[in-house]
Design a protein around this ligand. Structure first.
Ligand code: AMP
Length: 360
């Protein structure tokens, strides 16, 4: 089986690495040369909406998937006429628009912060009585890692925040004083079977994920699974989906979902019976899904901007290094380290040393 991937970054690279043992080959479409998946997959270079290129990709592969949610909807629509594309177009279209996403959460009775769509400063001013203070203003589309967002604490914040967004369609939502950010990774097969990984607790720095810790037996697991199952069934979903949530007290509020493999699931490569990349490929290829249990205790630390000496990381016997073949640049994800240990003590000790090494 040959799998086509839209986007040639580290997620495409790790999909290919997980797919070879299953006897799969990969063809990746990416506009840039030197994409980090180039070492492990055939590359097609050009625009995502180049119909000749998309036709070529469709002719080469049995199924297409994508590694990021800002892939143009037109590309997926064009491909879907020629070859199965998973996750489905519907999921992508909703994930590309924060207002549609939150509207779907509300429709499915998945708790989410109060929200309103706003298209002008006047609408923003009016929406504040519905949403309440403090609030967060976000672009409806194309925002990621906290970009295109502003926190609103007082009426004077509204005009500058609206100007910063440069007049694009936006959503304003209640600011959640959360205790934890967590995500649940769920996988649905072509036959509707669903499996979920244990809840992952996530820590961000400057809007970028830096640490994920697997939390098997978490008190919020059942609620998160219930939300994910509702979402996957409604979307007739196939593949891995990451649902990001805030925990405030006993409330679990959905922030957003990513219709793809996700950074907060990288720990599964070494810490789960079946990793998220393999399970995504199994799902989109019509294969049975693999078990999602944690092996011992697992965590992941992102390498952001700089690559440490391999020796310094691997001196810890519980560490696994995953480098993406990228050059160092401030703020760029260049790799990650998974830590897996049988005892919680070993895991915590390893994590402490690693965070010290990375000054994270
Ligand atoms: P997002 O792009 O929606 O994932 O937001 C990026 C980060 O901003 C999240 O990981 C949170 O740390 C923070 N954030 C986003 N929305 C809210 C909110 N409604 N309340 C509090 N913090 C938020």
């Amino acid at each position: 089986m040959k799998v086509g991937v839209l986007g040639g970054g580290q997620l495409a690279r790790m999909l290919a690495l997980a797919g070879y043992p299953l006897g799969q080959d990969f063809s990746v479409l990416d506009p840039g040369h030197g994409a980090c998946s180039a070492a492990v997959a055939e590359q097609l270079h050009g625009d995502y909406v180049d119909q000749n290129l998309l036709t070529k990709l469709a002719e080469q592969v049995d199924v297409v998937t994508y590694e990021f949610e800002n892939v143009p909807a037109a590309a997926v629509e064009f491909l879907a006429d020629k070859v199965p594309v998973y996750p489905p177009q519907q999921a992508l279209a909703i994930a590309q628009d924060r207002f549609k996403e939150k509207t779907l959460f509300a429709e499915l009775d998945i708790a989410t912060p109060a929200f309103a769509a706003v298209n002008s400063l006047e609408e923003l001013q009016q929406a504040m009585s519905q949403v309440g203070w403090p609030a967060v203003l976000k672009t409806r589309s194309e925002g990621y890692d906290g970009k295109g967002q502003a926190v609103l604490r007082q009426p004077e914040d509204l005009a500058p925040a609206w100007q910063m967004l440069a007049g694009v369609a936006a959503i304003v939502e209640a600011f959640v004083p959360f205790e934890r950010e967590v995500s649940i990774l769920a996988v649905r097969s072509t036959t509707g079977e669903i499996v979920c990984y244990p809840l992952t607790e996530n820590t961000h720095r400057d809007g970028i994920l830096c640490l994920s810790i697997a939390r098997p037996d978490d008190a919020m697991q059942a609620k998160a699974v219930e939300y994910a199952e509702r979402l996957l069934d409604k979307l007739d979903y196939v593949g891995v989906l990451a649902l990001e949530l805030f925990q405030a007290g006993d409330d679990l509020l959905a922030n957003e979902f990513a219709p793809r493999v996700h950074n907060s699931g990288h720990w599964t490569q070494d810490g789960a019976v079946t990793c998220q990349f393999e399970n995504h490929l199994r799902a989109i290829s019509g294969l049975p899904l693999g078990a999602t249990d944690v092996i011992g205790h697992a965590a992941m630390v992102n390498l952001i901007g700089a690559i440490p000496a391999s020796e310094a990381v691997l001196v810890n016997r519980h560490a696994h290094l995953h480098l993406y073949g990228k050059t160092e640049r401030p703020g760029r994800k260049v790799g990650h380290v998974n830590l897996c240990a049988q005892s919680e003590q070993d895991m915590d000790a390893g994590l402490k040393l690693l965070l010290e090494l990375l000054d994270a």
